[in-house]
Design a protein around this ligand. Structure first.
Ligand SMILES: NC(=O)c1ccc[n+]([C@@H]2O[C@H](COP(=O)([O-])OP(=O)(O)OC[C@H]3O[C@@H](n4cnc5c(N)ncnc54)[C@H](OP(=O)(O)O)[C@@H]3O)[C@@H](O)[C@H]2O)c1
Length: 324
């Protein structure tokens, strides 16, 4: 089968489309014919030379995929089921979705709701599920419908799906972006207003800012996350999933102990089947038209260029991958 294979040894790095095969890691793995995959930021890190994220010297990239089950010994996933797969070592330490077929254990596979096609599931992809998990986490913390929710990295995968889902669900997403030329597009996705990236990344001068946000979804981290913490309303929470702006959080304990705010970590990789199902249910209820979230559709051959564009932050929304 054709696949985007990444291989590296001490002297050579290669990432290209080639004829290869993939094998189950465990006898009970499901075999899925991949109809669509997508590019997530993590894919750019896995496909980089000397990657510290990649955990195998040779593997097929792609941290998620969707398609049809073609071999199964699990009665919960009969042959013919339309499914999505992501998480654990998929595309990181074992073969991923940039291929015609993928093997995966059933705990990483979800049968798609009937109103979500395999294509739409990958327009959303892991980034979209992370956005949905973030909303669920804020709601579990007490976010009330109609609240203003700050979304950072708003034109990216996590950010753009978060804006779209929040608006559909009855919240007021405020989009923070470093891409002001995309402001109208973000308003079209449902943002109630746009603020510049600088407004949430600027140097922190006081330990507490004015109370602005009923909640926040942040995939930037660093100073941005610290700034969000000091500007959440009393009792509000931020769901944090990314580190594009840095790993360190230059924050104080003040917002936690004087405003009772919460920092909730979001991890899609080890999400339980229950969390995955809840995230897909939230997405299914939103009845999204996701076509406007597609930046481009890439073939396997077009992956190097498309991965480069995502790595540079030069895409808007999501990159869909068609493996055959
Ligand atoms: N925890 C999890 O399970 C999980 C799952 C998925 C993703 N993530 C993480 O979430 C982050 C975003 O992923 P993604 O797939 O949405 O990436 P993406 O599609 O590449 O989008 C990232 C967006 O962030 C903004 N941005 C880029 N560089 C920035 C910087 N240095 N400082 C501030 N903002 C910056 C840009 O949006 P604007 O131009 O609009 O500002 C960019 O479009 C990554 O760190 C990724 O690893 C984590």
């Amino acid at each position: 089968m054709r696949a985007f294979l990444i291989s590296e040894n001490e002297s050579d790095f290669d990432a290209k489309v080639t004829d290869t095969s993939t094998e189950p890691v465990d006898q009970s793995d499901l075999k899925i014919k991949v109809e669509y995959s997508s590019i997530n930021f993590k894919d750019t890190m896995v496909a980089a030379p000397k990657s510290r994220v990649r955990r195998a010297p040779r593997l097929i990239g792609g941290v998620d995929a969707a398609g049809e089950v073609v071999e199964s010994s699990d009665p919960n996933f009969p042959v013919g089921s339309k499914v999505e797969v992501h998480g654990d070592g998929i595309g990181v330490s074992r073969d991923g979705g940039f291929a015609e077929f993928i093997y995966a254990p059933s705990r990483l596979v979800t049968i798609l709701p009937s109103n979500i096609s395999t294509k739409d599931s990958q327009v959303l992809g892991t980034a979209g599920l992370t956005a949905a998990q973030s909303i669920l986490a804020l709601e579990n913390h007490g976010l009330k419908l109609g609240g203003e929710v700050l979304v950072t990295g708003a034109t990216g995968g996590v950010g753009s799906v978060a804006v779209t889902l929040l608006a559909k669900r009855g919240y007021k997403p405020v989009a923070s972006t470093g891409s002001p030329q995309e402001s109208q597009w973000l308003l079209d996705q449902g943002a109630v207003r746009i603020i510049g990236r600088d407004e949430v990344t600027d140097k922190i001068d006081r330990v507490l800012g004015s109370e602005q946000w009923d909640g926040a979804i942040d995939c930037v981290g660093g100073a941005t996350l610290a700034n969000i913490l000091r500007s959440l309303k009393y009792g509000a929470a931020v769901a944090a999933s990314g580190l594009l702006g840095g790993m360190d959080i230059p924050a104080t304990v003040y917002p936690f102990i004087t405003r009772n705010v919460a920092l909730i970590g979001i991890d899609s990789v080890e999400a339980t089947p229950q969390t995955r199902a809840a995230a897909w249910k939230l997405i299914s209820e939103a009845n999204l038209d996701v076509s406007d979230l597609i930046d481009r559709v890439a073939t396997l051959e077009e992956l190097p260029e498309a991965l480069g564009a995502v790595a540079k932050g030069a895409t808007r929304g999501r990159v869909l991958v068609v493996p055959s």
